[in-house]
Design a protein around this ligand. Structure first.
Ligand SMILES: Nc1ncnc2c1ncn2[C@@H]1O[C@H](COP(=O)(O)OP(=O)(O)O)[C@@H](O)[C@H]1O
Ligand SMILES: [Mg+2]
Length: 344
């Protein structure tokens, strides 16, 4: 064991502190050093990828990925380096395919046979299937269409029929619809056919897809984010959308109100999610759990009218804890545990 951990970052981007690093990176580096380990930060640069690969392979037990894919043009080359490192026995926190498996919006459709996600949740990877299927799902009730890229509510659309009397019949392309985007809760009246043409942009290109999910009206009560440190919930953020109109967005930019709770205040959700974690892990590719990740939930009701929590999305490629830097020690302990377990 080399007792050395690499933190991957990328230069630039709005998530950096005055020292050029993400604000929660040096606290983790220092906490590892306090525990007798070494840690280094490497800025990923595609021009130096072979050099970086050799260095990390020869000098580190594991890496922690701290790169927001939105800040990296060469995402696939970065993932390729990480994949090679993992194959060589470097412990990936997380493995690149775990980042993709947990973080992509179609994690929802991989879980739609579990109690976490409604069965009638679909992913479209080609335009034809989208245009054939969406008019049918929409005719049964309000939907949310989610693009895969971004994480700011952009390209996340609440779609409702203006005339509600279709009862499952296939909708004509000139059906009038009301579309609200989660980025800023603005609403547009459009025609179904034209709107589906507009949505083609979300399907084309690398990792393009659209997820089609039932609209959960209890979003007005808030979205509940579990911040997970490996297998432990360490914090809960309750995000209540701005009131009024068709507002449904839990993003700060759209005016949602955030409140920070202790996980013990959300015992039912926490217990239920933890009991399903082994299954979630298996269905998302059977990689080790991410080091730091979040799972977002929206309230719904089961057949008996009892509260039920529906999973809305998982994030795991660039989750930070800048507002709670006191967690750095716990994170360092978790890193050491993960590496020790993997290297046994
Ligand atoms: N099925 C749904 N029903 C109601 N609101 C939803 C649903 N899915 C997402 N939302 C709302 O849209 C917002 C953005 O969607 P999300 O899946 O979190 O995408 P992003 O990656 O942009 O954060 C959520 O924070 C939530 O407020
Ligand atoms: Mg979100």
């Amino acid at each position: 064991m080399k007792k050395n951990i690499i933190f991957f970052e990328v230069k630039g981007g709005s998530d950096k502190g005055a020292d050029g690093y993400r604000k929660d990176t040096m606290p983790m580096v220092n906490a590892l050093k306090e525990r007798g380990w070494n840690a280094e930060v490497i800025f990923f640069d595609v021009g130096k990828k072979d050099e970086i690969y050799e260095y990390v392979k020869n000098n580190a037990d594991g890496y922690v990925s701290r790169i927001n894919p939105g800040n990296l043009k060469e995402e696939n080359e970065y993932f390729e380096v990480l994949r090679k490192l993992c194959n060589d026995g470097v412990v990936g926190m997380p493995h690149p395919d775990a980042m993709i498996g947990y973080g992509a919006k179609d994690a929802l459709t991989k879980l739609n046979d579990t109690p976490l996600v409604p069965t009638d949740t679909y992913a479209y990877y080609d335009i034809e299937t989208f245009k054939k299927t969406f008019p049918k799902t929409l005719s049964k009730g309000q939907r949310v269409l989610k693009q895969n890229r971004g994480s700011t509510g952009e390209g996340i659309w609440r779609v409702q029929l203006i005339d509600e009397n279709y009862n499952g019949a296939e909708l004509p392309l000139n059906t009038k619809i009301k579309c609200t985007e989660a980025k800023d809760n603005h609403t547009e009246i459009r025609e179904l056919g034209e709107f589906m043409d507009f949505c083609e942009q979300y399907i084309v290109g690398d990792n393009g897809m659209l997820v089609d999910m039932t609209f959960l009206p209890r979003i007005v009560e808030g979205e509940i984010r579990l911040l997970m440190l490996y297998d432990k919930p360490v914090n809960v953020v309750h995000k209540k959308p701005a009131e009024g109109g068709d507002n449904f967005s839990a993003t700060l930019f759209s005016g949602a109100k955030y409140r920070y709770d202790d996980p013990s205040e959300w015992k039912e959700l926490v217990d239920s999610f933890l009991s399903q974690l082994p299954q979630v892990r298996k269905k998302l590719g059977d990689y080790d759990l991410p080091l730091i990740w979040t799972a977002d939930f929206i309230l719904d009701r089961d057949e008996k009218g009892n509260d039920k929590y529906v999973l809305g999305e998982i994030n795991c490629s660039c989750v930070g804890f800048t507002s709670q830097l006191e967690l750095a020690g716990n994170v360092a302990d978790e890193i050491i545990n993960i590496v020790n377990r993997a290297k046994k």
